[in-house]
Design a protein around this ligand. Structure first.
Ligand code: SAM
Length: 389
């Protein structure tokens, strides 16, 4: 392991001139940014979308990013209200090969309804429903509200919608073979029925195949359990990222964790049986250092290189996204790691052009299957996963 000079104990790391030169050595090629889009102001009341369009939900406050992503994809978005955007439909065998990074969930709208009975009707009706949906198809029902303070205050109404729709489906003989969980829906190639309460007594109804859904959690809210041992939000971010990536670092894997202090991710990885090389100029919590499989390199990630390739690269560095992308790119070019999970901070106003450059930098460097998503536990940041082969 190359060791640099020990860092000062502080949260934000300022690069030395040497590090700066290293960071700038592999500048990404210039990336054409699509024409910037004028995002309309937030409507004073939530607009009702049309059947046949797609409904998207995002973290409240990120509607403009989602709107612009959809506009760049030529899907004519409409800003409906907080956390809600509609767009032209996504079609084809695999309608969402690369869903918008700022969407938590999206689906094709069958109808806008005013009662659970109308919702049950819309879920049964193939006409206007998702392509290929038959009335007898098994479906896991998911009723949810957009993730805003106003809508969350109405979440108590969801149980009544869920129970009434489920009762109607069983009375009519549908629902008998409905999967109990979204994971079973994936196994059975079944549907996720979507009922979204967008206003008092108004719900948007639609469906999507569980295998094609962006998330198996209602509204994309994949809440991770906060445990006593790992109480930080950072640990929940990692748990959600691993769930989403769907490959788990396991026993014997060697993981490098860049930007690791105070050690939430490092601890989680060690608990899974991995060996962790934890890189941060700041101190790790003493209870994390107690794990025999954890080794702390108290130095900047820009100065650290492994002596031999590792299985996983994790990165949660609080640092400029383009410089972090170049660093992750170097790891791909030098074949230092096989798989990547990184959290990229996006504190700037214009997030999309930066994210586009991050994607290009990673892909140009040789990372494959680069996926980006603002997960439920992400704030001004997105999670990125990729692999070398
Ligand atoms: C959000 S915190 C990481 C939290 C961590 N994942 C956890 O679970 O506890 C960001 C970290 O990035 C570190 N950081 C910033 N610049 C760095 C650099 N050049 N090299 C390594 N770490 C850096 C900071 O010291 C800070 O500890």
């Amino acid at each position: 392991m190359k060791k640099g000079r020990p860092g000062k104990q502080r949260k934000t790391w300022h690069a030395s001139p040497d590090e700066r030169r290293a960071q700038h050595k592999n500048q990404p090629q210039r990336v054409e940014t699509p024409k910037r889009v004028r995002v309309p102001p937030m409507p004073p009341i939530t607009l009702v979308p049309e059947a046949g369009s797609w409904l998207w939900t995002c973290r409240a406050g990120f509607e403009a990013q989602l709107f612009e992503e959809l506009a760049w994809g030529k899907k004519n978005p409409i800003l409906l209200g907080p956390a809600l955007v509609a767009s032209e439909p996504f079609t084809g065998e695999n309608p969402l090969p690369q869903p918008p990074a700022f969407a938590r969930m999206g689906f094709l709208i069958s109808a806008v309804v005013r009662s659970p009975a109308e919702a049950a009707d819309a879920l049964r009706s193939p006409a206007g429903g998702a392509a290929g949906l038959k009335p007898s198809d098994p479906m896991k029902l998911q009723c949810w509200v957009p993730d805003t303070d106003v809508a969350n205050a109405r979440a108590g109404e969801l149980t009544a919608w869920d129970e009434t729709i489920s009762a109607i489906r069983s009375e009519e003989g549908q629902g008998g073979n409905d999967p109990e969980t979204p994971w079973k829906a994936v196994e059975q190639n079944a549907w996720l029925g979507q009922v979204v309460l967008i206003g008092p007594g108004v719900a948007v109804v639609g469906s999507i195949r569980a295998r094609e859904a962006m998330s198996l959690s209602p509204g994309g809210r994949a809440r991770m359990k906060r445990t006593q041992e790992a109480p930080s939000r950072a640990a929940m971010k990692l748990d959600e990222a691993i769930d989403w990536y769907n490959v788990t670092p396991g026993k014997g894997d060697v993981c490098v964790d860049l930007g690791s202090a105070p050690g939430g991710w490092t601890r989680r990885l060690a608990e899974r049986g991995a060996r962790v090389w934890s890189v941060d100029p700041a101190k790790l919590a003493p209870d994390v250092l107690k794990f025999p499989r954890v080794k702390h390199f108290q130095q900047s990630a820009f100065e650290f290189e492994p002596e031999e390739p590792v299985d996983w690269l994790f990165c949660d560095m609080a640092w400029r996204p383009l410089e972090v992308a170049q660093l992750l790119g170097k790891w791909a070019r030098k074949n230092f790691a096989a798989q990547l999970i990184a959290n990229i901070k996006l504190p700037m106003k214009d997030k999309l052009p930066v994210l586009l450059r991050v994607r290009h930098t990673l892909q140009d460097a040789g990372w494959k299957q680069v996926k980006m998503r603002q997960l439920y536990h992400d704030r001004d940041e997105v999670t990125v996963t990729a692999r070398r082969a």
